[in-house]
Ligand binder design. Structure first.
Ligand SMILES: Cc1cc2nc3c(=O)[nH]c(=O)nc-3n(C[C@H](O)[C@H](O)[C@H](O)COP(=O)(O)OP(=O)(O)OC[C@H]3O[C@@H](n4cnc5c(N)ncnc54)[C@H](O)[C@@H]3O)c2cc1C
Length: 455
């Protein structure tokens, strides 16, 4: 390729890594900054029990085409497995299986008449393709109308509250529709259990392979070094990082959460900044327990019971068997909270103690002696809250600033954020850069003048 841009990628999560991989493969000079000492962002894993495990529970759906294609392209497809999963619903002090349509009909927390309504509405949502009309109505309004107040309160309303807390009533039906719609494609038939995907050895297998591929194409990756500020100077963007180093680039691809993009680019026009700053995220606090025994036989336990104050309990070793973890069991106890929630400020030990009090509700035999080790992880930008007419408030990937692109989880819509969509973000932003280069909207100033070398 004759025209070579120097491109700064901010953030080494799946979106930043995919963009850096694709852009470096196109022959551009790519430099990536990741604030953490490790790449992978929300999908990263840490070494444990002879393999590695994600900080936050991760699986793939069969509809996750972009990430599966990338995994195959990178030659690591043999790590990907698809296994049946067992889903449950915790309500009124007990676990109800919820893996198939038949389970919905057996969900004894509401009368049969309500269950039939829930089944019909689920079937309907799985077959509606036009989500635009769901932008205008909240999930609560729509669902109350079609399944009735009782079924809403006990099933979906309870789950919405467990994830979005006081903001549950603001969540758009478009978000909820997507959750139901996409899950169909992870099932071969309505009556069969869903199959979910996992990268054996953890998502680090993909993250490491991406990093290697970037370096093989001449890209540079800085870990443990954040981007502090970015200024315009002589037609270039000058990135100042946390070591004090300045690096001029032609193009910036920012994959960090929206409020941080607004902070990095104070020169953005007010209308665009307002969109960035209007994004509200739920935070996630996840307790990972290594235990001697299984808590239940369910992989994914949704919680719809105010007496068990969590969003979900994800028993990873009911998906990938304990034999892969030297016989130990791994259980995530997950809670999504608003940014000001006191749970976010608890010390790790306090998070553990709270769970030790609560988990006997799921299995009365559970005791503190089961716990061999534990870790607590927090992510502030875990889940953008999708409110009414969300499409109108999404900032465009091409910002009003020349050569500055944004690709982050708040721009994923109507799908909900997930690793496959971060791969898509990386793919899309690469196409936009290439398009703008071909159209003459981007000019390679750095490499043309050899003004500076970042290495
Ligand atoms: C609890 C939980 C469970 C999930 N489960 C699943 C799942 O089962 N399946 C699935 O597909 N997805 C799941 N996801 C979502 C998925 O992990 C994310 O959507 C995806 O990884 C986001 O990737 P990203 O690159 O867009 O953003 P991020 O991973 O957030 O990456 C952004 C990166 O930018 C870095 N950064 C921030 N500031 C700076 C700075 N100033 N300079 C340099 N770097 C900076 C951050 O450290 C981070 O690494 C889950 C997420 C959470 C929180």
């Amino acid at each position: 390729m004759s025209v070579r841009l120097r491109i700064g990628v901010i953030g080494g999560g799946i979106a930043g890594l995919t963009a850096a991989y694709r852009l470096s493969r196109l022959g551009h000079e790519v430099i990536l900054w990741e604030r953490q000492h490790q790449l992978g962002g929300q999908a990263a894993a840490f070494p444990l029990l002879g393999t590695a495990i994600e900080y936050f529970y991760h699986h793939l759906f069969m509809s996750d085409r972009e990430i599966v294609a990338l995994i195959e392209e990178l030659g690591i497809g043999h790590h990907l497995v698809w296994l049946p999963s067992r889903v449950g619903f915790y309500a009124r002090g007990r676990i109800y299986p919820l893996s198939s349509a038949l389970d919905v009909l057996r969900l004894g927390i509401v009368p049969l008449h309500d269950r039939l309504r829930v089944g019909l509405v689920t079937f309907y949502l799985q077959h509606v393709h036009d989500w635009r009309r769901f932008e205008e109505v909240t999930a609560e309004q729509w669902l109350r109308r079609w399944v009735g107040n009782r079924a809403f309160e006990r099933i979906w309303g309870a789950q919405l509250r467990a994830k979005f807390g006081p903001r549950a009533s603001e969540v758009a039906m478009a978000w909820f529709w997507n959750k139901i719609y996409l899950r169909t494609s992870s099932r071969r038939s309505l009556f069969e259990r869903e199959r979910l995907g996992y990268i054996m050895g953890s998502f680090n297998v993909l993250i490491d392979r991406l990093a290697d591929a970037i370096r093989e194409s001449g890209g540079v990756i800085y870990t443990g070094i954040g981007t502090e500020s970015i200024e315009r100077s002589e037609g270039l963007w000058v990135i100042r990082d946390s070591t004090g180093r300045t690096t001029p680039v032609d193009v910036v691809v920012a994959t960090v959460p929206s409020p941080l993009v607004a902070k990095l680019f104070p020169q953005l026009p007010e209308s665009y900044r307002a969109r960035l700053l209007g994004t509200v995220y739920q935070a996630a606090v996840t307790l990972l327990l290594q235990t001697r025994h299984a808590l239940s036989d369910i992989y994914w336990l949704n919680i719809g019971d105010p007496n068990l104050p969590y969003t979900g309990i994800i028993e990873h070793t009911n998906f990938i068997p304990p034999t892969h973890y030297q016989g130990h069991h791994l259980i995530y106890v997950s809670k999504y909270v608003e940014q000001s929630h006191p749970y976010l400020a608890l010390r790790d030990e306090e998070v553990l103690q709270a769970a030790l009090q609560q988990l006997p509700k799921v299995n009365p035999n559970f005791s503190a002696e089961w716990v061999e080790d534990y870790w607590v992880f927090r992510e502030r930008a875990a889940q953008p809250i999708v409110t009414l007419r969300y499409s109108q408030q999404i900032p465009e990937h091409r910002t009003p600033l020349p050569g500055v692109y944004v690709a982050n989880t708040a721009q994923i819509y109507p799908e909900d954020r997930g690793t496959t969509y971060s791969v898509r973000l990386g793919n899309v932003v690469t196409s936009l850069v290439q398009e703008d280069l071909v159209a003459g909207r981007l000019t390679p100033t750095v490499n043309a003048s050899n003004a500076h070398s970042a290495r």
